[in-house]
Design a binder for this molecule. Sequence first.
Ligand code: 6R9
Length: 629
Amino acid sequence: MSEDFEVILHTKSYLPDPEYKAQSHLGDYHNAYQEFLKNPEGFWDRMAREIEWMKPWDKVLEWDYPYARWFSGGTLNITTSCLDRHIKAGRRNKLALIWRGEDGEERVYTYRQLHRDVMRFANALKRLGVKKGDRICFYMPLVPEHIIALLACARIGAVHSIVYAGFGAEALHARIRDAEAKVVITADVGKRRGKVISLRSIVDDAIRNTPSVEKVIVLCREKCSVELYSEMEEDFYSLLDGVETDCPPEEMDAEDPLFILYTSGTTGMPKGIVHTCGGYATGVHYTARYIFDLKENDVLWCTADTGWITGHSYIVYGPLSAGATVVITETTPDWPDPGIWWSIIEELGVTIFYTAPTAIRMFMRVGEEWPNKYNLDSLRIIGSVGEPLNPEAFEWYYRVIGKNRIPVLDTWWQTETGMHMITTPLGEPMKPGFAGLPVPGIEVDVVDKDGNSMPPGQGGLLVIKKPWPSMMRTVYRNDERYRKYWNQIRNYYTAGDLAVKDNDGYIMILGRSDDIIIVAGHNLGTAEVESALVEHEAVAEAAVIGVPDEIKGQAVKAFVILVKGYEPSQKLVSELTYHVRMSIGPIAMPASIEFVDSLPRTRSGKIMRRILKAKEMNMDLGDTSTLEE
Ligand code: 6R9
């Protein structure tokens, strides 16, 4: 797709019950947006006051394009907003976390218990020698100890870098090395579809040749005995022996880093997106309270993993800051049967459910009899994130889960943005296929490559026109890559997505404009998968593209040129697929591999994936002037 093209817009819309707007924290969206436009810094100043600070800021924003400093001079610790203030505000016995395992095992934590356990683990980390600014890498299943340990990092000012536990050893290794992590926190196993998956052995592989790593903390869920440990390993619970319960929060500058989170880029090496304490805390609290409208009795279930930004912002920091009850599970949507998630909603009384289009499409395929077996009356908001929610999936979600009355919040945002940026605010008409409107506080537009605003119906690049508090501050150890986001179009942040507006300013996201493939909501860089393929001795060159997939949105298709002497075979296909699985993880596995003799290239030698894609989909090849013979 080129940057500008015409799109035929879907015009259907659904009007939610006016009660939603009347009772929401946000109130009328258009009023709120106008208030923001009248005084942007005043708006963010008000929002920042809703979290806990140790010292107030001197200035809301210092903008030295493309570098922003928010709430300069202010100091805080995000954990006091997420924990301490709820203890004081009478929520100490309120449930903070409800955890559900695959086999039905359940554990719950009140705010008081969570606060206490976070402080104890924080003291254990300190005793190990962890200090403010040290990087701690997580490779853990979604269990309560994971949340405890990550809040403990924030408590003492250590910078967490969570790696999704479905990634392979090589991907983990690259992230540990880049962040120069001092400690890795893992578990012996994760559980999935009735099987146990060893995590610790993957960590063992990943920490070869990572001189920064001093300790590996292992949470034993099965029966790993302490004697088996190497010198470097520590048992999660033994570390807590004899530690103090009280751990005062480290005073952090608003601009100190809170965490690094790696996201796929257009080169082989993922980007370490850096978020800071003050701006991020403000952004996630604001959206948890005013976009998800979290109220005292809400029970939020966000089905993402903590390894993605969605988990950081809407499992941990946002909802806890807003004082909600959070459900976390170590479950798969269709195991032991496709009713499992709906049974959890019924049983736990989930009020806000947040999932991804890929899951919704899977449920569509297995049939509505599954959700229909359960009482979903507790739900009041259902959300979607990660990739475009296509109109068919919207209609199904709204009708079958939302019973034609519960608002669907399709939320567009990114690892880099930290918080929701575009959605259909509660009470506004919902248009299938459209993510919606910019949240108050955010100015977006669809522009051509020179930054000119496109009229409704004309596709273009999605940009954010002004800095916002929870924006990334840099790419860890690669500031040049950070600047690229703001340099592609001067003064604007270019998101890398193609989009189109309609006459009401609603934005439809059309997909990525770069070499990122989104498989079941997980971003993959083509280069990442290609470099895994060429590592294999049989592969001379590889190019990968995303092809449409009914359930996952996109699937990976690989084109491979073999080294002389190797012949295409089914066995080789399996071997290569397995190789990618082991090095990056199951999400990156090619759905198909085609052996070819050559790849289309530009004159300067760059592979033209666009041509492969057009051919694959029987589309017009577009501009081929730069194509080599
Ligand atoms: C939160 C998250 C970011 C990319 C983004 C876009 C796609 C996310 C979307 C969506 C259409 C939505 N994306 N939400 N596309 N509609 N509601 O997913 O962050 O993992 O960094 O991915 O995902 O392409 O640019 P991240």
